[in-house]
Design a binder for this molecule. Structure first.
Ligand code: UDP
Ligand code: MG
Length: 149
């Protein structure tokens, strides 16, 4: 199966009306949308998603942020989508994110950085299983051979 990543537009991205812009960037790059839902998660779920960071001093604030409103959870598919997805997103601290990246263009503070993307293929597998227990959608783009040689 082609590589997949988990991308989440955080509550600030939803509130600020950035959903369409962000989806558009992944679409235009050539990645395929394989899962999409608007969902408000509870504290235990957010803690599970960020369990690797539970010892960090910002963990509680991060969980509060993620449960503060609906998020858009997505699965995107394509060659190298995990690493390239992180490039489209930009550095964790938006002040260090290059212009042209999502965080570089749309965010300022690290605790309001608009979007999450899996950091490895292994995390992507875990995060997709957590957020999409029903599994991603199964469809093929008719444009495939115009994007891949
Ligand atoms: N975060 C924060 N303060 C920090 C580091 C991270 O509030 O000092 C938040 C930020 O929203 C970040 C999330 O915690 O996106 C997860 O941190 P991670 O290091 O995994 O960054 P990411 O993978 O999102 O770039
Ligand atoms: Mg991370």
């Amino acid at each position: 199966m082609a590589e997949q990543t988990f991308i989440m537009i955080k509550p600030d991205g939803v509130q600020r009306g950035l959903v369409g812009e962000i989806i558009s960037r992944f679409e235009k790059k050539g990645f395929y949308l394989k899962g999409l839902k608007l969902i408000t998660v509870d504290r235990p779920f957010a803690e599970r998603h960020y369990s690797d960071l539970s010892a960090k001093p910002f963990f509680n604030g991060l969980v509060e942020y993620i449960i503060s409103g609906p998020v858009v959870a997505m699965v995107w598919e394509g060659k190298g989508v995990v690493a390239t997805g992180r490039k489209l997103i930009g550095a964790t601290n938006p002040l260090a994110s290059e212009p042209g990246t999502i965080r570089g263009d749309f965010a300022i503070d690290i605790g309001r950085n608009v979007i999450h993307g899996s950091d490895s293929v292994e995390s992507a597998t875990k995060e997709i299983a957590l957020w999409f227990p029903e599994g991603p959608a199964n469809w093929q783009s008719s444009l495939h051979s115009w994007i891949y040689e």
